[in-house]
Design a protein around this ligand. Sequence first.
Ligand SMILES: Cc1cc2nc3c(=O)[nH]c(=O)nc-3n(C[C@H](O)[C@H](O)[C@H](O)COP(=O)(O)OP(=O)(O)OC[C@H]3O[C@@H](n4cnc5c(N)ncnc54)[C@H](O)[C@@H]3O)c2cc1C
Length: 379
Amino acid sequence: MTAINESVRWDVVVVGAGPAGAIAARQLGLQRKRVLLIDKAALPRDKVCGGCLGGSALTLLKGIGLGHIPIACHGVPLSKFELSSGGATARIAIGERIAISRRAFDDALIREAMRAGVVVCDKVQGILQPVTDDKCRNVTLRRVGKEMNVRADVVVVATGLANVPRECVTHSTLHSLIGLGAISDHVPYNFAPGSLHMAYGSAGYVGVTAVERGRFGIAAAIDPSALAAAESPGRLVRKILQASGSMLATDWESLQWQGTPSLTRRTTPIASHRCLLVGDAAAYVQPFTGEGIGWAMQSGALVASLLVGSLSQWDSAIEYRWKQLFDKTIADRHRFCRILCTCMRIKAVRQLAVWGLRQAPCLGEPVMRYLDRPLDRTC
Ligand SMILES: Cc1cc2nc3c(=O)[nH]c(=O)nc-3n(C[C@H](O)[C@H](O)[C@H](O)COP(=O)(O)OP(=O)(O)OC[C@H]3O[C@@H](n4cnc5c(N)ncnc54)[C@H](O)[C@@H]3O)c2cc1C
């Protein structure tokens, strides 16, 4: 922890260096704010995620001058979406989408934050302390064997699905799925280049796509009771793929699987005294439409624009404005994704969807167009 000086008062401490935290920190750094960005993981790190950047994420990146990142990091452009369920597969064309591993993408965003003057510290867990002083927030930084406190005008909490501050409560939705993910160095048999392959079954769904440097990302949203009953995560993934009619095959059991807590959740409040929550820490819906990274980055960019100019003079109206802004920009897409996910859990709907898309692939276009719309036209 030698790199951090305890006596420095930060304009903003950002806890969590995923897309939400890195973008919030970078945008504030560009406005010459003193920003400390911390992450409990050793960076760069892997993450359970399909790593697909959709139209809205790519538009946001271009809007803030980072549009070059996905291709500069050797991300793989995608041109088709394959959906397998009930023994049949539908194939539809998709708009601009790029797949990239989260190790490479998040690392690039963190580097951009550093270029904007942000101080980045990894292997440091941040714990927000209760309010004791009206004029700042204290964060305890914990690293193996060491602990120190730092002060900030504002704390941005971007901790993903874990570790929300004690002053907030997280509500998980009943029957929420959990995430599973792995990276493979081998091309699965029958993989069609440029495709995002998704297999859907009663125990959940599995997405497979090529990421940079010839590697493959596998990400799944799984019913926790099916996982508990399975012999191993790899075996359950194989079962879902086979039952869906997907022809993809590799040695799923030998991969190193990582898991997540329950996926569909909401945290309240998402704003409190000198503290704002962004990204998955604020709210998250299971990743069926593959928009989580875009939602996270958008909330990071929005929180930065809200905070510039209101750091030292905190006003409780900021808390209200953040809730409103988050609802207006992100909650709408959450609702759409939640409805789609709920419908797709019904076997007859899944089969009808695959049948309909096989008969008329253009039926998928309105959904894709809706998902690719920019989240916030001001960014
Ligand atoms: C199976 C699955 C597949 C997905 N596929 C896609 C997809 O294809 N496309 C897409 O757009 N989205 C996808 N998502 C969603 C996407 O992964 C998330 O929405 C996104 O990562 C949210 O970013 P974030 O910055 O809010 O949080 P995260 O990316 O989770 O980052 C949070 C960071 O905070 C750190 N942290 C946590 N607690 C602390 C603490 N106390 N102190 C310091 N650091 C801390 C963590 O180490 C982590 O680095 C998927 C998710 C899952 C589970």
